[in-house]
Design a protein around this ligand. Structure first.
Ligand code: AMP
Length: 224
């Protein structure tokens, strides 16, 4: 039976393309997607109280405290429409967050369908992050690589600005990759016993990677 409204967690090192994939996957299923990193960056940009609390942590490439993240997800899940699935990109990032999410999902009777890990080598992640820019102010934000001359020219012609995320600077990249290895990578062990995990190669055209993810999710046996 095809999957109707999956509940997906998308993992992978920084630079693996989680947001890009999230944007493609919402076209396949009726999903609400949440990128916790994007949400936090918006709080910073808007100068909210949360933004002020997390700004330096984000810029250093460290993790925001678990309690704050769990509260954000609790509120977000409570507002999730019942006729939609969900895709979380960037949460959970620690075992404590994963344990809390388990409890929240059990309460909401929304079991996970799949935990997808996008696999990428460290050297490829560093190359992607170091060259990553956001085209800002020319329509919807677009992630582009500085070596993609056509995309750079298109952004500038449309009056956009090429912005580098503070956490895409070298020191922060090193921190983010280290935090990912120490805190987030072990989550695959956390979810493996439930038979939910699937590793997908994150190299290739975004549409091809999306097809691999869809095949992986469709291959998961839905739990009652
Ligand atoms: P991302 O866009 O997923 O790379 O996230 C950017 C930054 O937001 C991370 O480096 C963390 O500082 C913060 N962040 C996002 N999600 C979480 C989370 N689940 N737990 C703690 N910090 C997070």
């Amino acid at each position: 039976m095809p999957i109707q409204r999956p509940h997906i967690l998308l993992f992978g090192p920084p630079g693996a393309g989680k947001s890009t994939q999230s944007a493609l996957l919402v076209r396949k299923w009726p999903l609400v997607a949440l990128s916790t990193g994007k949400l936090l960056r918006e709080e910073v940009a808007q100068g909210t109280a949360i933004g002020a609390q997390v700004r330096d942590t984000l810029a250093r490439g460290q993790l925001v405290p678990d309690d704050m993240m769990i509260d954000i997800i609790r509120i977000w899940l409570a507002q999730l429409p019942p006729d939609k699935g969900f895709l979380l990109d960037g949460f959970p990032r620690t075992v404590r967050q994963a344990q809390a999410l388990d409890g929240l999902l059990a309460e909401a009777k929304r079991p996970l369908t799949a935990v997808i890990k996008l696999n990428l080598s460290v050297s490829e992640a560093v190359a992607r992050l170091g060259g990553r820019r956001i085209c800002y102010g020319a329509g919807p934000e677009e992630i582009i690589h500085i070596n993609d001359e056509a995309a750079v020219a298109r952004c500038i012609q449309r009056g956009g600005l090429l912005v580098q995320r503070p956490d895409d600077l070298p020191n922060a990249i090193v921190n983010r990759l280290a935090v990912h290895d120490a805190e987030t990578e072990p989550l695959m062990d956390f979810y493996r016993p439930a038979g939910l995990t699937h590793v997908v190669d994150a190299v290739g055209a975004p549409e091809d990677i999306a097809r691999r993810i869809i095949a992986a999710v469709e291959g998961m046996v839905p739990r009652p």
